[in-house]
Design a protein around this ligand. Sequence first.
Ligand SMILES: [Fe+2]
Length: 466
Amino acid sequence: MAHSLGSSKIAGSGSFLLVYKRVAAHWRAIVLLLILGFVAFIVAPFDEFVPFMLILFALLLLFIASQIFWIGRILDLGERFIPGKPRRVLLAIIAGMVYLFVFAYNFPSIESTNTHVFRAADYRLHSVVLEAAYWWWFVGSLLAFLLVIAFGAADRAARAAGWVYRKVRTAIHERSATADTETALLSPGRRRLLEQTAVLVSATPFVAAGYGLLYERQDVEIVRQRVRLARLPKAFEGFRIAQLSDIHIGPFTTADYIRHCVAITNGLEQDLIALTGDYISWDREAQGDVVGVLAGLRAPHGVFGCLGNHEAEGAIEESITRLFAAQGIHMLRQERAPIRLGGETLNLIGIDHGGDHDRRLQELKALVMPNTVNILLTHYPHFFDHHSELGIDLTLAGDIHGGGQMSLDFVHRGLNLGSLMGVPYIRGLYEKGGAQVYMNRGVGITGFPIRLGARPEITVFELSRT
Ligand SMILES: [Fe+2]
């Protein structure tokens, strides 16, 4: 059956079905890569990040498979447009050289992204352009490859159904209906439609990646979120907290862009500003610059913050806290800052990202003020399951970048990279036992400089008793 389907004339027309056939032709290489990957995975000393590393590994293998596929398509195109005797080997060598150059050139940033290597950022224009092109190709080609597989699989299923239908029809009518059906399937109109659909389908991810790189990445959304806190003191009715998260200063989140975010934030009529970590990306030297820009934030009740994983992994927790303090910005590190208004109090708490889990939980317990509204600033809400019993009313967090910067949440909530990696809290407001947490999508990027379905956001909360 597989042979009869595979040898259909439709597949030999240079159409999308041929493209899918080529994927199928590489299945041995893909299986071999998977086996090699799993052997490497078993040998490598992964423990606590196993699910995360598994998904990263699957993505890597998928990327390799997609590149084998796309190199093949580029060679097909080259053969079509270069007249004379096809020089496939020569074209393959040229394509290989281009790949090697682009990967070698972008290796420092790839290395930083995957293994958290801290290094000086490269702001030179040609470096930024090449890195952007690399990530555009990475995201576009991977998504397009997934679509090709899905499209091909759907087509194969449809053709299998057609084959069964013809067999049944032949058996019932005791005459061959195959010729009629083949004629219908092969009609030039249908073939052209299939080809056009194929081009459109495989081009969409490249266009989307370009949009995410050039536009959505800095298309800041101002989110106005009303938060109901049953025991909010009367004096704090309508109190506004603006939140900025995941700044990640770097070549793709420049000081100018952050300055623009600071200007937006200052115009939100906020009473207090909360910063929820990840001020740098991979460049420790940039801490002075990011603090310098954030020093422009203004709020009557002050600017407070907590530290993120990039500060912890970059070992700049002490230094950046001192830099912030010099600008009047208070990083709350296992500390609280009671906010007073009209003789009443709201307890603001901040904790570091990571560290010993049990010790951190005990520290958090000690910071909660009974019979007071407690608001926690934390990069990721590791203890959210306990917040209700601890008496933490509201938590402001970030870290996940709206689902790994790529999301189809507008189609269905939970369709994003973060959820795929098993992260329970991704974006927006969550409630558990009366405790609430808000997951901010952040303003910056890490890894690929693309945001798709996960616009950067600046949030302003309005506290209310009702
Ligand atoms: Fe982040």
